[in-house]
Design a protein around this ligand. Structure first.
Ligand code: NOJ
Ligand code: CA
Length: 697
């Protein structure tokens, strides 16, 4: 009897604790406009905040906690009370000055939860939640505190609790570079620390099992999720730490060895948005505008001085070892005569941009040099390069230069010279620059993706804007939709680009590479991938006999001009490899500025088919790529205008085409196509399909 009553009272006690906690628990729900997605904010009995996400009433992100650790004060994690909640709704259309589409719909419900600690010092924290039909986002707002000017964040602990061991497409959570091949594995098998996952990168740093974003996954039930961040401003980039056993991810901010913290900010401030794109099909991820929608409207006003363009460059020849950036080598690529050769080629082929790398002094002390501060000079051309003459000649032929600024990861040197460099460009009428940050950051202890560098990259964009200059950043900070606010950040690298095919010792980018990139890196924003290699076997590469090649067919290279979005697209191969090849007509014709985009079909890592309509001409272009597998794809032309006829030029893999055995086999045919038509095409192993569809008068 005694035993029974003891058990009874224990049960009552447990129930009471549970019940009291439950009783005290407060929840607040915000649902997306079409009600497919909902987010629940939960304040537990002890006042600790968490959230969960449902899709069609099924939990897809389970209860996930939110907390912060600071250097200069107690952690923020519990003891909160809800002071106030606010619900807002927005439905607006905004116009992109350039982009995948002209008009973007921004439609969401918002919940703002205002929290305050119930004990002294009664710190306040606001959390903004937004639910869209294509995902959710939330951010934190730190408010003013009495007698405290700034917060020093040691750790942000935002959790993302998965509901299954999803299939993931991931790259290591490297603090210095995103140029890794994507791994495909279940969540429980993510091992970002394994050397095999980041070969090739002397300058990389990854402290723990974490991944970089966008991180895309597919659940067993076929739901697609992609985790990223939006509006990364004055804060450290976020990686996601992997807890395999608990199917849990926690935000892990990129740090600095110079300071024992991740972020320092003056109060009050807002963090970047933590985002989850959610879709019932893979194509929905590419269609999603969540990331740009979460950014502030255009701050620059009219930027018509930047024109989307195709460009050629003194570039691939360097990566092939045929010429070099520096003068001392005796095979300097950036000579006045060579630049003119490329300008002539561009002018003859409807290409309006020219990139010249290695034009300025300093390259003798580029890669491998510890002391890179003060080495590069961004206003002084080498003696065999007459900058004024090249600009004059280009202008005469309707071509504009893209300036090149390789900082060699010495941002302080660049910042010192930035105004001089940009005003030189302004005086020359040059409106875009490609920047680069190869190597370890100087000062030592900083990383490419930490707060200090995030601020540097932003400073470059803001300063460039004053001089009417657009930036294409290589070795950049990841894209987080800032292009909406600063439309002069036009493109970025931030992935394993084409260049790896020229020199990497791991066999280059495999055929599946871009069919993963389209659903991962590309969700963040435009990519300067530099497509268009026609000499797939790299016959011009030095030393002769090197085994590097591009692991796709020629038709696949053409398709990339449509599949991979960027308002500047390079035709990267040597002019001699284009001359006389009828397939080059596609590059001459293809648009770079779009009225609208239709993602027709695709599966991550398998294939993707995208059609885009050019803004001015209303012509359509279609690109489709496959991985190492041959496959048939059905194209339904229902995206075309009713009642109109289109002259279609089809560039498809030849019957025997194969990325390795027969990559340049291509068939070109012309047919008339209308809206109600459907066609089946066979993509070769590593193959592709490109179609231009011109409206017939
Ligand atoms: C790396 C860039 O990705 C590449 O395009 C450039 O040629 C080199 N750095 C030199 O700046
Ligand atoms: Ca690079």
């Amino acid at each position: 009897m005694k035993k029974i009553s003891y058990l009874l009272s224990l049960t009552i006690l447990v129930l009471c604790i549970y019940g009291c906690n439950n009783f005290n628990k407060k929840t607040e729900i915000v649902t997306s406009p079409s009600k497919n997605i909902s987010l629940e904010f939960i304040l537990s009995g002890n006042g600790s905040p968490s959230y969960l996400v449902k899709h069609n009433d099924i939990i897809i992100i389970d209860s996930s906690k939110m907390s912060f650790d600071f250097k200069n004060q107690e952690s923020l994690q519990k003891g909160f009370e809800i002071i106030e909640t606010e619900h807002n709704y927005k439905d607006e259309d905004w116009e992109m000055p350039w982009g995948e589409q002209r008009i973007v719909k921004n439609n969401y419900n918002e919940l703002i939860v205002k929290l305050e600690e119930d004990k002294i010092p009664n710190r306040k924290l606001n959390i903004y939640f937004r639910t869209y039909d294509d995902g959710i986002a939330f951010r934190y707002e730190f408010l003013k505190q009495k007698d405290v000017d700034s917060l020093i964040i040691i750790d942000e602990n935002t959790q993302f609790k998965l509901t299954g061991d999803h299939l993931c497409w991931w790259i290591p959570g490297d603090w210095d570079i995103y140029e890794h091949l994507y791994n495909t594995s279940n969540f429980s098998e993510i091992n970002a620390l394994s050397k095999q996952n980041h070969s090739n990168l002397a300058q990389s740093y990854i402290p723990e099992n974490a991944v970089n974003t966008p991180l895309t996954m597919r659940s067993n039930e076929g739901l697609y999720l992609s985790f990223h961040e939006a509006n990364l401003t004055d804060y450290a980039g976020m990686t996601l730490k992997i807890d395999k056993e608990n199917l849990l991810m926690t935000s892990e901010l990129v740090g600095s060895d110079r300071f024992a913290y991740k972020v320092k900010r003056e109060l009050p401030f807002l963090t970047p948005w933590r985002t989850i794109q959610i879709s019932e099909n893979a194509t929905g991820l590419i269609k999603s505008n969540l990331i740009v929608n979460l950014n502030e409207p255009n701050k620059l006003g009219d930027i018509s001085w930047f024109k989307p363009k195709k460009y050629v460059g003194i570039w691939w020849e360097m990566h092939l070892g045929m010429s070099s950036w520096d003068l001392a080598s005796g095979k300097h690529g950036a000579t006045t005569a060579n630049a003119k050769k490329y300008i002539d080629f561009a002018a003859e082929n409807n290409i309006t941009g020219l990139l010249v790398e290695g034009w300025n002094t300093g390259w003798e002390h580029w890669v491998g040099f510890e002391e890179r501060e003060g080495v590069f000079d961004f206003v002084t051309p080498y003696s065999d390069y007459n900058l004024n003459e090249v600009v004059r000649y280009a202008k005469e032929k309707g071509v504009e230069l893209i300036m090149h600024h390789e900082t060699s990861a010495a941002p302080r040197t660049y910042e010192k010279q930035m105004d001089a460099a940009f005003s030189l460009m302004k005086n020359l009428g040059v409106h875009s620059a490609k920047t680069g940050y190869v190597g370890k950051i100087i000062p030592k202890g900083e990383y490419h993706h930490g707060q200090w560098m995030v601020n540097h990259y932003r400073k470059v964009i803001e300063t460039a804007a004053k001089y009417h200059i657009a930036i294409d950043a290589h070795e950049p900070i990841k894209a987080t939709g800032i292009r909406r606010t600063y439309p002069n950040i036009v493109s970025r690298e931030g992935l394993r680009g084409q260049e790896f095919n020229a020199w990497s010792s791991d066999g280059g980018n495999p055929p599946e590479h871009l069919s993963i990139v389209a659903f991962t890196r590309m969700l963040a924003g435009p990519i300067d991938f530099t497509p268009g290699v026609f000499d797939i076997k790299l016959n011009s590469k030095l030393p002769v006999g090197s085994s590097n090649q591009v692991n796709t067919t020629l038709a696949h290279q053409l398709a990339l001009y449509v599949v991979i979005y960027s308002p500047i697209q390079m035709a990267c191969d040597l002019p001699k490899n284009y001359n006389g090849n009828p397939a080059f007509q596609f590059i001459r014709d293809v648009g770079v500025d779009w009225e609208q985009t239709k993602v027709l079909d695709g599966e991550i890592g398998d294939f993707v088919t995208i059609a885009r309509q050019e803004k001015v001409t209303k012509n359509w272009f279609l690109g489709s790529i496959t991985d190492e597998n041959k496959r048939d794809i059905i194209i339904q032309f229902d995206f075309l205008d009713e009642g109109k006829k289109y002259e279609a030029t089809i560039y498809k893999d030849g019957a025997e085409a194969h990325w390795n055995n027969n990559p340049t086999s291509i068939e070109i045919e012309k047919v008339i196509v209308e809206k109600n038509m459907k066609k089946i095409f066979t993509l070769a192993e590593g193959g592709g399909l490109a179609i231009s569809l011109k409206v017939m008068k």
